[in-house]
Design a protein around this ligand. Structure first.
Ligand code: GCU
Length: 605
């Protein structure tokens, strides 16, 4: 926990008392931003006394009043949820949608502070309460909150949010992605109540190099930063106390003899309580170590092979953003059917329910921020945006045992400006959380002299813990028959995680192994790729692209793609493709090996 992450909002909004603001919200679709700018393109909310703007949520008081919008008379959208999958007219919509929710709330304590907390809003969110602006958040996949204490009324509060998902060249992500740009209040909205001084952040993990010592850091926000704090783990009869400094921060360690470590085979979680002044938090936390030694990844000191799959935050059956515990169990359930112990949550932070369920199920996670393809590397605002998203992600999930890797980018073009940008993020990740691995999905370099020779020597690999790269040999690069001929030069003796490979297939379409989009073509790519990768000495895991078909506006082939990327092992109808069983069987070998002989040496099958 460092200065980088000075959140002024309460930690763990989902776990705190308050008011759920989910459900139907009235909405106004506003492609011309009529509710935000006047006809001179001046933002209404910039005025000291705003004269217009939908955030005022005005209603005519007299027959002569001219109010040209009405939330009361407008249709609703469900929150959480994207707007694209809720209303077919909005499927391709990119722009502004206004959301309005009325609510009553009486704080339980005289000195309480109230925060409006959002799990995420894609992409830009301007938040107003009772006609006053609370703030703006940029970035579509991380939590944020604004204080509402001074503006809250006991009844008839009007909460208005302008959400705009337009793509920006200088944005993170930038204008080109291979996923659907779902807009809206895509995750939970809550009003949380906390004491005047509250816990803004806490990090709980094993002390460095130890397996029976727990390190805790707590940071308080509020008028009285110096407070006694108590941390307890009842199941282990452990309690420890300390006092925060004038910066509101305290660190302490607890000796924990007999602590059971968290692992995929034993996803042991402990109830951990922290109390500071009048504030209390409880969370279910697992303890494990994850380090790299040479080309091995060690989980609790044991070599581990990451049997993974990539995943977008989308429920294919609904064709919309996934957001709920039920969505998480659907998606992670499919991954377990595949014999996975690992998932790459691509290409942006998924909702908190994913990591919390992965903690319970014993699934390891790679989490990533959307620094994707050609970002504006020299733009300082773009860098600040990416750094903020990383800090918000780490601030949210640093106590999740399942999360073992922070990824700072995907398939970014090698240049000095790019590497400088990404090194900054890598340094941030290490400063914010020194207990996990840091990586990025890099690319493979072709050898102009030998089409079957692939080289992995991205300069960024010098600074990451893993060498993870995407390769599409047999799909974008040749046909499946090419795969078996491939030989590699891997620049560094670090663990290799192949973060993507795969091929498109329409579920139910059957033909020869060279017929594009057939299940047999995809199956063949898997059949040939896995043994080819096995030959890489540092190969320690993979996350093929991808668990389920997903929506992408870049996929326009009629009757085949129709707006879907078809590289899933499961179709949008939930039915499995033949390649699903190829990967499942390949991963089963690891399971049987570990059952037979305990943790396997890599190729002991
Ligand atoms: C890329 C990229 C993915 C994309 C995939 C594909 O490697 O990282 O986001 O969807 O390839 O082309 O299917």
């Amino acid at each position: 926990m460092s200065a980088l992450s000075l959140r002024a909002a309460p930690a763990n909004a989902l776990l705190r008392p308050g008011l759920d603001l989910n459900g139907p919200w009235h909405q106004i679709v506003d492609p011309y931003d009529t509710g935000f700018y006047d006809y001179r393109l001046q933002p209404y909310d910039a005025a000291a006394q705003p004269q217009g703007g939908f955030f005022l949520d005005q209603r005519p008081r007299a027959e002569t009043d001219l109010i040209e919008y009405s939330f009361d008379a407008s249709p609703t959208l469900a929150v959480p949820g994207d707007w694209n999958s809720q209303d077919g007219r909005l499927l391709y919509y990119e722009g502004t949608v206004w959301y309005r929710r009325l609510f009553d709330y009486t704080p339980s304590g005289p000195n309480s502070r109230l925060f409006l907390s959002f799990g995420a809003a894609n992409y830009e969110a301007d938040v107003y309460l009772n006609g006053h602006k609370l703030g703006r958040h940029v970035g579509g996949f991380t939590p944020f909150a604004f204080e509402a204490t001074s503006l809250l009324k006991p009844s008839g509060n009007s909460l208005v949010v302008r959400v705009n998902n337009r793509r920006l060249r200088e944005g993170v992500p930038t204008i080109m992605t291979d996923w659907w740009n779902y807009g809206g209040l895509t995750r939970e909205v809550r009003l949380v109540e906390v004491p005047a001084t509250f816990i803004a952040e806490w990090a709980v993990h094993l002390a460095s190099g130890a397996r029976d010592r727990i390190a805790v850091r707590v940071r308080l926000e509020g008028a009285q930063p110096v407070q006694k704090i108590t941390v307890s783990i009842p199941e282990l009869s452990l309690t420890a106390e300390s006092t925060t400094g004038s910066d509101g921060v305290a660190a302490l360690e607890l000796a924990a003899p007999g602590l059971a470590l968290w692992s995929p085979d034993h996803p042991k979680l402990y109830t951990v309580n922290v109390a500071a002044g009048n504030d209390r938090l409880t969370d279910e936390i697992g303890f494990r170590t994850i380090v790299v030694r040479g080309s091995d990844i060690l989980l609790n000191g044991q070599p581990v092979f990451l049997r993974g799959i990539c995943l977008h935050e989308e429920n294919p059956l609904r064709g919309g953003r996934a957001y709920s515990p039920a969505d998480a169990s659907q998606l992670l359930g499919w991954a377990r059917e595949l014999n996975c112990n690992f998932l790459r949550l691509a290409h942006y932070p998924h909702n908190e329910h994913m990591a919390r369920l992965a903690d319970k199920l014993g699934l390891l996670l790679w989490e990533e921020i959307p620094v994707y393809w050609a970002i504006t590397w020299d733009n300082p605002d773009t860098l600040a945006n990416a750094r903020a998203q990383l800090a918000e992600l780490i601030g949210r999930d640093q106590n999740r045992a399942s999360v073992i890797i922070w990824s700072v980018a995907n398939e970014t073009p090698v240049s000095e400006a790019r590497t400088r940008f990404l090194r900054r993020l890598i340094d941030d990740a290490r400063a914010l959380d020194g207990t996990r691995l840091v990586s990025a999905a890099m690319e493979v370099r072709a050898d102009p002299a030998d089409a079957d020779h692939k080289i992995v020597d991205d300069p960024l690999g010098e600074f990451t813990d893993l060498q993870s790269f995407n390769e599409y040999i047999g799909w974008y690069d040749g046909l499946p028959e090419k795969i078996a001929r491939i030989h590699w030069t891997i620049a560094r003796d670090k663990p290799v995680i192949v973060s993507e490979f795969g091929a498109d297939a329409v579920q139910g379409m059957h033909a020869g192994v060279n017929t594009r989009f057939s299940e047999e073509f995809q199956e063949q790519v898997y059949r040939l790729t896995l043994p080819m990768l096995d030959k890489i000495p540092q190969f320690r895991g993979c996350t093929p692209w991808i668990l389920c078909d997903f929506r992408s506006p870049r996929r326009v082939l009629p009757k085949i793609q129709d707006g879907w990327n078809r590289k899933g092992l499961i179709g949008e109808n939930g039915r499995k493709k033949k390649a699903f069983d190829v990967l499942k069987a390949y991963y089963a070998h690891f399971l049987h090996a570990s059952e037979a002989a305990g943790p396997p040496a890599k190729n002991q099958r």
